[in-house]
Design a protein around this ligand. Structure first.
Ligand SMILES: [Zn+2]
Length: 242
């Protein structure tokens, strides 16, 4: 297993779909038309191209532990650079943050709740503590508020949200949904996005994947909650045209 499995996969790819893929890539190069920048957790069960039925050329996908999109004041790292590449250099209009249930990074963040202000020697704890801290503090302060408020420095970008109104999820799953919305707010602190957000030339969204049901949720600003993406909800979830 391990890399052997990956190598055998590449061999099978060479014998099966490589030629077709080569033609697709040529077509993408001459007609690039990516739809979104998609920022998700790196969890092995979360496969954005699978549950959105997208393929090469459709999305810029960035993944990290806990789908972090740090605010501008914490330094411009991989997420800010990737969003700039997508939205500014390639004029992509949609940025989607995607979290999921049973997220190990969010479970760790929840576990650190009593010592969140203490620096950590190990990389994952420090990563989660540093970039998840604002989500945790927000959740702890407002978890009983209905709705929770997420304030953005950009007009029209603040969010009100009823998190898990049916009380179906564990605290770390509720925290994960709060965290997705907090990352949307973090994106609004990027100076290179502010004008596009104000002029509604860029749109921010949050999705959430339930690893038990494999259902995909999207946050609805109109109903102020995550709704499962299905035929009954699609009208409420389709955003206004940009
Ligand atoms: Zn995760």
């Amino acid at each position: 297993m391990g890399v052997e499995r990956i190598l055998r996969g590449v061999l099978n790819y060479r014998h099966s779909v490589q030629k077709l893929f080569q033609y697709e890539l040529r077509d993408i190069k001459s007609h690039p038309n990516p739809s979104a920048v998609f920022i998700s957790c790196m969890d092995a069960r979360l496969f954005p191209n699978d549950f959105t039925l997208t393929k090469a050329g459709d999305m810029y996908v960035m993944r990290n532990a806990g789908n972090m999109a740090p605010p501008d004041e914490l330094g411009r790292g991989a997420t800010a650079a990737g969003v700039e590449l997508g939205c500014i250099h390639n004029d992509i209009k949609d940025v989607i943050i995607c979290g999921h249930s049973d997220c190990k990074a969010m479970a760790l963040l929840w576990k650190l709740r009593d010592t969140i202000d203490t620096q950590r020697p190990d990389a994952l704890s420090e990563w989660v503590r540093k970039y998840g801290r604002s989500s945790l503090k927000h959740y702890l302060a407002e978890r009983d508020a209905q709705p929770m408020k997420f304030r953005s420095p950009i007009e029209g970008q603040s969010i009100s949200a009823h998190i898990d109104p049916d009380k179906r999820y564990q605290p770390h799953d509720q925290l994960s949904q709060v965290h997705c919305l907090q990352q949307m707010i973090n994106l609004t602190t990027y100076p290179f996005l502010s004008e596009r957000l104000l002029q509604r030339r860029v749109r921010l969204s949050a999705m959430w994947f339930d690893v038990d049901s494999a259902d995909v949720y999207m946050f609805s600003r109109a109903t102020e909650r995550f709704l499962v993406i299905c035929e009954d909800n699609i009208e409420k979830l389709l955003p206004e045209p940009l």
